[in-house]
Design a protein around this ligand. Structure first.
Ligand code: BGC
Length: 419
């Protein structure tokens, strides 16, 4: 008895000691993100839980607004005032722009210990590095060129899920006749641009997409193919509803979920909404490549850039976050909720649905056939100044039915030169 008590006391003291040691190490990580819709918030809670499981404190810095334009504006003002968060959702070439300002932390020690170079596709690893050192941790691969549809309303309208743009307009017409809004769309420039890039890829093909939107080649931007792209894009607008202005993307997805609208052109964060609403892929909703783009893949990788911090415990917490983000457990639970696929290679996808499996297969196949292209609308392709200017020009065209295709083409070509 006496022996047990002493043992119990020693054990308690050890546990207490460990806890105190743990607490001494515990830090706080303030995380800026824009994941506020149903599916996004679920995915964000997985990130929060992962950090908390390491004994650290999560300080939420959510700035609502799909696509992250508002979040980036807020981030700039916080960094300028010397009050950067520990981690921020920053993507693509913008990572390089932030790193060049000298505000990002080098997390090579974490990346080396966790062997990031061997578990990440090179196309992703390169973007996470500045001058050869890791400055950000990637969480996923979103595919942007998707078309989401409600099979029940398609059936009611006697329409089929389109695979080409010609078929798209036939189906849209049938849905309209059946009294259903054919295309669910929201009214924000990034949503217009998301549709635009899928039209550009489908109508113009991969080479056109790369030359026009990635290399920003003036000749291609001013080509006859661009006329066709803009005409098709305008035609899509004719099948959206009058109340689209200002609507958030997830409310547009909700229209498809409820059967008020037939389809939506959106990245697979939309799948996160269907799943959060308890809908079953293949039954309650379908995922198909945007018309004419089945053999291509527009990628959008979410990542967290790590800012330089002074407090040692917070630096430790930040590094723990970076390591956790790349762990197989996190990559699974996060992406099951987010609608994306793990960015980490060779993961077991047993728990993932057919949309994710198709995405994963197409990601690998398109990388081999050079038809894996960066999403311009989601900040993967060109510096932020040009991307922002092109987005504005595309949106002006979408919103003003009076602007001619020739005028829009000239505007987009000149926007592409923005520095
Ligand atoms: C991000 C996604 C996000 C979507 C809508 C995209 O730019 O990459 O993570 O869900 O915007 O907010």
């Amino acid at each position: 008895m006496e022996k047990t008590t002493r043992f119990a006391r020693t054990l308690l003291a050890t546990v207490a000691g460990l806890t105190v040691a743990g607490l001494a190490q515990a830090g706080e990580v303030e995380v800026l993100h824009w994941w506020t819709s149903g599916g996004e918030a679920k995915a964000a809670s997985a990130l929060k839980a992962t950090l908390q499981a390491k004994g650290h404190t999560w300080k939420d810095f959510a700035v609502a607004g799909g696509g992250g334009d508002s979040a980036m504006t807020v981030l700039k003002s916080r960094v300028v005032s010397g009050n950067a968060p520990a981690a921020a959702q920053i993507k693509g070439p913008s990572l390089q722009e932030w790193a060049a300002e000298g505000v990002l932390a080098n997390i090579d020690d974490v990346a080396k210990a966790e062997k990031w170079d061997s578990v990440l596709p090179p196309v992703v690893a390169n973007v996470m590095k500045y001058k050869g050192s890791y400055i950000a941790a990637p969480v996923n691969v979103h595919r942007v060129n998707w078309l989401w549809a409600n099979p029940e309303v398609f059936k009611k309208a006697g329409a089929k899920v389109p695979t080409t743009w010609d078929e798209f307009f036939v189906s849209a017409e049938a849905l309209k006749k059946a009294g259903i809004i054919p295309v669910a769309h929201g009214g924000q420039p990034w949503q217009d641009f998301t549709t635009f890039e899928s039209v550009a890829l489908g109508v113009g093909g991969t080479d056109f997409y790369k030359k026009a939107l990635v290399q920003l080649d003036q000749g291609t931007l001013k080509s006859a193919t661009m006329d066709k792209v803009l005409e098709t894009f305008r035609k899509v607008k004719g099948y959206t509803d009058k109340n689209a202005a200002g609507r958030d993307w997830n409310l547009a997805t909700a229209m498809v979920i409820k059967g008020e609208a037939g389809m939506q052109l959106m990245g697979d964060w939309a799948k996160g909404e269907f799943i959060a609403a308890g809908k079953v892929p293949g039954k309650d909703f379908t995922c198909a490549a945007a018309p004419g783009t089945a053999k291509a893949f527009t990628f959008n990788v979410d990542s967290f850039a790590m800012f330089k911090l002074k407090n040692e415990a917070n630096v430790k917490a930040q590094k723990d976050l970076a390591a956790a983000i790349m762990s197989t457990d996190f990559q699974e639970v996060f992406n099951l909720n987010k609608g994306s696929i793990p960015v980490r290679l060779n993961m077991d996808l047993a728990k993932f649905d057919d949309c994710a499996k198709l995405s994963s297969k197409d990601f690998v196949d398109t990388a081999k056939s050079a038809s894996l292209v960066p999403s311009v609308a989601h900040g993967m392709a060109v510096p932020s100044a040009a991307a922002g200017a092109i987005q504005d020009a595309v949106s002006q065209f979408w919103n003003s039915d009076k602007m001619s295709v020739a005028e829009a083409k000239a505007k987009i070509a000149s926007a592409a030169m923005a520095k």
